[in-house]
Design a protein around this ligand. Sequence first.
Ligand SMILES: [Zn+2]
Length: 165
Amino acid sequence: MAAGEVLDTAALIAWPLERMRGSFVVPSQRAELYRISPDREMLLDAIGLEWSSPGPDAITRASDLAVTTGDMAGLSPVDLELLALAIERSATLVTDDYRLQNLCEKGGLPWLSVTMEGISALWSWELRCTGCGAVLPSPEGPNSSRELGECADCGSALRLSRKRG
Ligand SMILES: [Zn+2]
């Protein structure tokens, strides 16, 4: 039985607040979340998350695992920290990132999909232009260091926002 859950940033965005209480997150996710969803970032302190940075031993173990599986090149620093924290805490890693899921499989670590069964209150998100308001197809998941980009029509920044209606 795993001791708690480590949430990736997609989970931080999608999961109901009350479901996340006591879950582990790494401090570097705060900047990542702010970039994707400032509104959501503002709520973080109210949730009761366990902020924790993995130690060097866990980082080494996560790095060794990622090098062995060949996933290292595709991992962001945040991804690596999340993996290391899951190792260090013997926790379940909650992620929709296939690389992280693969790493958990290969390393014998428990993982859950963000959209796991039983989470009924998932929010829907869409990419919306902050300038002209154009709505684009939602990305598969807010992922690592990927920038959301700019609007093809007006060049304004895109932002992930909660779907209306
Ligand atoms: Zn636009």
